[in-house]
Design a protein around this ligand. Structure first.
Ligand code: ARG
Length: 452
C-alpha cells in the first residue's frame, strides 16, 4: 500500500516538474505499430486538459482524441497500480533490505509505469525471480531474445553493474588463440604440467539459445518439445559423423530416445546430465523449470568429451570436457563444435551489443565458463571455501563446489575455479585468464601452506 501511495505521489511530483507537452509521446514499437504514450505526468496533465475543456465548454476533434488517449492511459496506470501493487511494493522494499539484488537495485517504477500494459506484463516476468527470491544476486532472466534491447533502460544498468563495465557495452566474439599470442606461453600451449599440475579435470561450456524460439522462461510446453525435436535432427548429423558419434538421451516421456529414471540418475551422478531444475527456486520463479521433464535431454559424444544439454537454463549448454593437461584441447574442440551445432541446428540468438544472448544476464557475451578442478588443501583447511574465495576474487576467479553452482567443495580441498568475466572479454582471453589464474592461485596455496 505504501508503494502505491509512493508511486502516486511520485507520478504527481513528476507531473508537476514536467511540461505538458512532454507528457504525450508517440512511439513506434518494434512491430512497426504507432502508439501514443502518456508519461507519468499524465495524471496532472490529463486533469489540466479536462479543466480547460470544462471552462471552455466545447472540445475540438484534436483535443477529443488527445482526451481519449489520456483516458486510456489513465486507465492503464490505474490497472497497473492495482495489478502490480504487490510486485512494485516488494521491489521497493527489496531496494532497502537487499541492496545486492541487482534487479531491485536498478528497477525504476517510473519506467515501468510508462510501459504499455503488454510490455509491463513482459517486464514483470523478467523481474519475477528476483522479486520472489530476495537473496538473488542478479534477480532477473530474459524471456525473449530481444529483451535486452527492448528493456535496455533498466537491463543495461544491471548488466554494466554486474559485469563492472563503465560506459557503453560492446562485445566482441573471438576464439582465435593466435590473436592473443602475447598472453600465451611460448608455443601457444596452455600446458598445466608447466604449472606443476598432473592430469586435471578441465571443462569449457557455453550457453546458447536458438533465435527462433522464446527463451526458456517464456516457452510453452509445445515449444520445449518442438525445440528438442529440432535439436534431435541436428544431433542425428553429429551421431553420423565419426568425429562425434555418440547418442541422445531424452527425458521427454515416450520418445524414441527416452530414458528411464534409473538411467537418468546414473547420468546425473556421472555429471553428464543436469539435475531436476524444480529444486532451483530462481529457475522455478522465472518459469525456466516449467513443464519438467518435457523438452529436456542431452547429447553425448562417443568419447563422452563433448556434451550438449537441451532445455536447461538456456536452450543449449554446449560443453567440452577432458581429464588431461592441455587447456587448448577442450577450448579448440568447443570452438569447432559450436560452429557445427549452429550449422546443423539453426541460428543462435545474438545481440550486436551484448554478444550471445543468454537467459541470465550473468552469462551474456561469451556465455562461457572455462573451469578446472584443482586441489587447494591449504586454502580450504577449515573445511570451507571462504579463504579460497577471498584469494580468488582479486584474481578475477570464481570458486564453485564439485557439483557446480551452490554445491560444497570436495573433502580433499578440491574446488572448481573459473574466470568470472563473460562479457566484453573475448573467448580466447578467458582461457588465457584461466591459465594465469591457476598459476596465481597455486602461488597463494603455497603461501597458505607456509602460514599453517
Ligand atoms: N538468479 C540467481 C540470482 O539472481 C542466479 C544467477 C546466476 N546463476 C545462474 N545460474 N544464472 O542470484
Amino acid at each position: 500500500m505504501n508503494m502505491l501511495r509512493n508511486t502516486v505521489r511520485h507520478a504527481a511530483k513528476t507531473s508537476r516538474t514536467r511540461a505538458f507537452s512532454t507528457s504525450v509521446r508517440t512511439t513506434t514499437t518494434r512491430t512497426g505499430t504507432t502508439s501514443a504514450k502518456l508519461g507519468a505526468g499524465g495524471f496532472a496533465a490529463g486533469a489540466g486538459l479536462l479543466m480547460m475543456n470544462n471552462t471552455m465548454g466545447k472540445t475540438t476533434s484534436t483535443e477529443g482524441s488527445i482526451l481519449s488517449e489520456i483516458n486510456e492511459r489513465l486507465k492503464n496506470i490505474e490497472r497497473m497500480l492495482v495489478s502490480y501493487q504487490g510486485f512494485l511494493g516488494t521491489i521497493e522494499s527489496l531496494k532497502k533490505s537487499h541492496p545486492n539484488n541487482l534487479m531491485a537495485k536498478h528497477f525504476d517504477a517510473e519506467y515501468f509505469g510508462n510501459l504499455s500494459s503488454d510490455l509491463q506484463a513482459r517486464f514483470a516476468k523478467v523481474c519475477a525471480s528476483g522479486a520472489e527470491n530476495a537473496d538473488s544476486g542478479m534477480g532477473c532472466y530474459a524471456m525473449q531474445p530481444d529483451d535486452y534491447d527492448v528493456f535496455k533502460p533498466v537491463l543495461d544498468k544491471i548488466i554494466r553493474d554486474y559485469h563492472k563495465i563503465d560506459g557503453e557495452v560492446k562485445h566482441i566474439t573471438n576464439w582465435n588463440l593466435d590473436s592473443v599470442k602475447d598472453q600465451l606461453p611460448a608455443g601457444g600451449r596452455l600446458d598445466l604440467t608447466k604449472l606443476g599440475l598432473g592430469t586435471t579435470s578441465m571443462r569449457v561450456r557455453v550457453g546458447r539459445n536458438l533465435a527462433s524460439y522464446a527463451l526458456p522462461g517464456a516457452m510453452t510446453k509445445e515449444d520445449r518439445i518442438n525445440l528438442e525435436k529440432d535439436m534431435i535432427q541436428a544431433f542425428k548429423k553429429l551421431i553420423a559423423d565419426p568425429a562425434y558419434g555418440g547418442r541422445y538421451y531424452s527425458l521427454t516421456p515416450d520418445t524414441e530416445y527416452s530414458i528411464n529414471e534409473e538411467k537418468y540418475k546414473e547420468l546425473v551422478k556421472a555429471h553428464i546430465m543436469f539435475k531436476d531444475m524444480a529444486a532451483d527456486s530462481y529457475l522455478s520463479s522465472a518459469g525456466i523449470a516449467s513443464d519438467w521433464p518435457y523438452g529436456r535431454g542431452c547429447y553425448v559424444s562417443e568419447d563422452k568429451g563433448f556434451i550438449v544439454w537441451v532445455g536447461e537454463e538456456d536452450h543449449l549448454r554446449i560443453m567440452c570436457m577432458k581429464k588431461g593437461t592441455v587447456l587448448n584441447d577442450v577450448f579448440d574442440r568447443l570452438s569447432v563444435a559450436c560452429g557445427v551445432v549452429e550449422k546443423n541446428a539453426s541460428k543462435f540468438a545474438h545481440s550486436e551489443q551484448y554478444g550471445y544472448v543468454t537467459s541470465c544476464p550473468t552469462n551474456l557475451g561469451t556465455g562461457m565458463r572455462a573451469s578446472v578442478h584443482i586441489q587447494v588443501p591449504n586454502l580450504t583447511s577449515d573445511g570451507s571455501d571462504k579463504k579460497a574465495k577471498a584469494v580468488c576474487k582479486p584474481l578475477g576467479l570464481s570458486v564453485r563446489g564439485m557439483g557446480g553452482e551452490h554445491t560444497p567443495i570436495g573433502a580433499d580441498g578440491t574446488v572448481d575455479i573459473s574466470p568470472s568475466a563473460r562479457l566484453c572479454i573475448q573467448e580466447a582471453e578467458i582461457i588465457c585468464a584461466l591459465y594465469k589464474g591457476i598459476e596465481a592461485l597455486l602461488v597463494e596455496e603455497k603461501k597458505a601452506k607456509s602460514k599453517l
